[in-house]
Ligand binder design. Sequence first.
Ligand SMILES: [Zn+2]
Length: 688
Amino acid sequence: MSLRPRWVAALAALVLITAPVSVPAQAAPAAAPSVTLGAGESALIRFRLPGEDMLRRLVAGGADLAARPRTQDGAVLVDMVVDDQQLATLTGQGAVPVQVIQRESDRARVSARSGLAVQADTLHFLQAYWWTTGGRTFLQTQVATTASDDPDLEITVTWRTADGATGSFPLVRFEDAGEYQYHYTLPRPLPAKPVQVTATSSLGGTARAVTPAAWPGATPPAAPSGYQKDFVDAYMTPVDVRARIKRLGRQYPALVDVINLPRKTQGYRRTAVAYLGDPAAVAVVVESVKFGDQNMNGVQVRTVDPGVANRPLAATYRDRVLTVRLATDAGGKVISTTDDVAAFITARYPQQFRAFVEDGSAGVPMPVTGPARLDDGLEGAEVPKGPWTVQALRIGKVRDGSKPGVLAYSQEHAREWATPLVTLEFAERLLANYATDPATRELVDSVDVFVIPTVNPDGANYSFNDFNFQRKNLVNHCTGAARDPRNRDSWGVDVNRNYTVGSYFDGYVGGSGNCLSGTYAGTAELSENESGNVIALAQAHPNIGLAMNVHSYGGYFMWPPGAYKADGRVTLPRPSIDESKFFLDSARRIVGAIASERGTVTWPSYTGPVADVLYSAAGNSADQLYYELGIDAWDFEVGNDRWNEATQQWEGVGFQPPFDEAHAESQEYAGGLVELVRVARDKEAGEQ
Ligand SMILES: [Zn+2]
């Protein structure tokens, strides 16, 4: 069986069963940078895919999409973490790498129209918004056509400014799960604020002209002079986060409880493994049953020729050395196979070892080899190895459940290093300004705030020390040959696909049953302690009415529904009209607060239900909080694309940008979380 994630195999199959997808000449891309990766090297790369089909195959196969796929000039842009082999597979099938966002360990359609007379369609602006950031004005529009079944229909938007300047740009059709959504494009730079936009289609349809609205159209209350901020100085590991939580608890005892969440995680640990033989030729993998740090690292294993005829397969395990004596025939020749040896070790020492045949080594003579030392392979020597207690901060003057509760939680995904900086900066702003800022005091007196900075500490430790693109936790549910240590960077459960509502197990899109997939949903709903902790905290505090799940990157502001079933794109139930209005009105306030820090404006097209603006994420936490516990549950993707004036392109920032960028993200999104707390207060007061 192939040990590559299933989506690569799915892609290979795609090439065999579908006609080549051609990119029309008009959409021919500018010369793309040549991207090469070393053997086994991974990188976060923005690809241009030749069409939607390839994207659908990727998602169905469990591909780990880092941000929302977007359509540009008839092609689809996706960000994915790939290794050199996956890069070769993708490029061989027509995907073009257009931006290397981050390397591993790099810290810090046009168709011939028939000419037949056709009836004009009707167009309708769903969105038309403008904003100014960094001295540059942008316009973003979404337009729907009544000719929604026509894939070749083209829509052009024309804008005009107050001084009479005009221009136009094409929109692109956006389909999701095979269903027409609307036409849109990325925000476009304009010379000045637009006062009117119109739209026309290639069928002759027009939209009524509209005046674009200012986005987000809300600004937070001004911070008073002396307001304290800037409490993060560097990226923080789980050890650093734990120390910060402890310090805040000590420094502000009247305002803080430190909560130990009930389900300890596995810890930064792995079983110890050795190849008995040469994995490039013939080998058996021997793995400890216990973790490497439980006295199994360094244990040696070897096979020997007994040198005597007619011996059965036998073994001894003493003084931390496992010696396997191979079987011989009447002539004294070794006759044990790889399968014999693997099965024998597993059966003979079920408490100590399990063994399996390396892929490609089945049924061949077992070589005399070793000794080899078992090792867990973990590089973070200073990271505590035992089970980990995930902690939350509870902040408020009155922490008895009588005040409206707000939950902010981050780093479900290990590699999203900026996210605990956001939630810790937010927590400390509330605490540090309590004594000096009357508005902060009034806020902290009237709400009950819960913060989990690092939901997935084990994965985070792995991301900091071993594989910086680690997304999942460290629990390895693979069986058989998928446990080969060559897959070590693909093990684990996607914590944010392990919840109970709209899950992979319920048949929703965006989670995977393949233990090596980036979106592996686990063995069952809430099989993982990390997800169990988030739900346990929310269940224990029924006053929690609002929640924010902080991720990176991409610059999104989202709410339920977060998942759909593929056939017919049937989403989880839509919020009511009133709830939807509350979500959007609150979002505009919070987007305004984010923008007040350094001008970063979350796009209107990225503000809305997860399933509409990003992708279907089966079994995500916000959906369980909303549908099961009645909590208004939002998601941030911090780290908005930055506009590059020189190239006139939006550029992705990645999971681990240079610290200055991560710091700026922490400042602006902490401001957004403070505004979320104001929303909670106002909701309680009936003002919204
Ligand atoms: Zn994430």
